[in-house]
Design a protein around this ligand. Structure first.
Ligand code: PAF
Length: 292
């Protein structure tokens, strides 16, 4: 392995001390926010970041405000030494690993809420999730003030919420979405896939297949009556349960920007649509999405 140029900082002050001279020298800075447990999906984000900017900063912070009380904050997968190896191998310049009090100082009360598009789908099934995400991402963007920040399309609703927040708050940063990385059988890579047993791992790609079936159905029905979408969705939900999923939170077709419900291709009137799904498989809650 080549000699590491990876710097590690833990405070906003040290982060700014590192980034300032690069910015002053006119170098573009890319930020890749993560919660660690890095996998090939993160590698794709870092490589895209590298293609867009000569300076790449990765943040690693397992953000407590985006976990509900019953969720897996305490058990969230951590692999700090492998994470560092990947960052070194990818030539990342700076790793920012803030402590809790650096992100949420004593007495902290400020939150960013995203009513409407933040209350449906993931927001409905994980109340408070997008408040936590929008709050921590806004803090990271203000702390690092990168030229570009990159997020995976795997968390599509999160990506669109961040785009909306950046627009609404006039944050001076470009947001870049990076396509989902999949296993050969179609399963979207996720840090939470480590929770799957062998049997569940074999069943997991059924979620991606269900999304594709709904897409094919809607495309075939283009210009007709919507092709009985609700019945189709019920069949796909039943299929997931038969495949071994414990429960299905949603399988839904939405407008890509507003997340308004879509009943057929015609109601989109040419705007981009997205098919999104979330389902529980053993200990893992899997989410996925594809463009319509
Ligand atoms: O997608 C994630 O890993 C997290 O939600 C993010 C964007 C790093 C915020 O904590």
């Amino acid at each position: 392995m080549s000699e590491s140029k990876l710097h590690i900082t833990q405070t906003v002050e040290a982060l700014r001390a590192h980034l300032g001279p690069w910015r002053d020298a006119g170098e573009r800075i890319a930020l890749v926010p993560t919660m660690g447990a890095l996998h090939e999906g993160h590698r794709a984000l870092i490589r895209r970041a590298r293609a867009m900017a000569p300076r790449v900063c990765v943040s690693l912070f397992v953000n407590p405000t985006q976990f509900a009380a019953h969720e897996d904050l305490g058990a969230y997968p951590r692999s700090e030494s492998q994470d560092r190896d990947m960052l070194v191998a990818e030539g990342v310049d700076l790793l920012y690993v803030p402590e809790l009090l650096e992100m949420y100082p004593e007495g902290d009360v400020t939150r960013i809420t995203m009513p409407g598009m933040g209350d449906c789908l993931e927001g409905e099934h994980r109340p408070g999730f997008f408040t936590g995400v929008a709050t921590v991402v806004s803090k990271l963007l203000i702390q690092a003030t990168p030229h570009v920040a990159l997020f995976g399309e795997k968390d599509f609703q999160q990506l669109q919420i961040i785009r909306r927040m950046v627009l609404d708050l006039s944050l001076p940063v470009e947001i870049e979405g990076v396509p989902t990385v999949r296993e050969v059988d179609g399963l979207a890579l996720s840090s939470r896939n480590v929770y799957l047993t062998d049997e569940e791992r074999a069943a997991a790609p059924a979620l991606y297949r269900a999304l594709k079936s709904i897409r094919d159905h809607l495309r075939d029905a283009d210009g007709h009556d919507g092709g009985a979408l609700p019945e189709m969705v019920v069949r796909e939900v039943d299929g997931l349960i038969s495949a071994g999923f414990t429960s299905v939170d949603y399988l839904s077709v939405r407008d890509s920007a507003t997340f308004a419900r879509v009943d057929d291709m015609m109601s989109l009137a040419g705007r981009p649509g997205r098919i999104l799904g979330a389902a529980q498989l053993g200990k893992a809650r899997l989410i996925d999405n594809i463009p319509l």
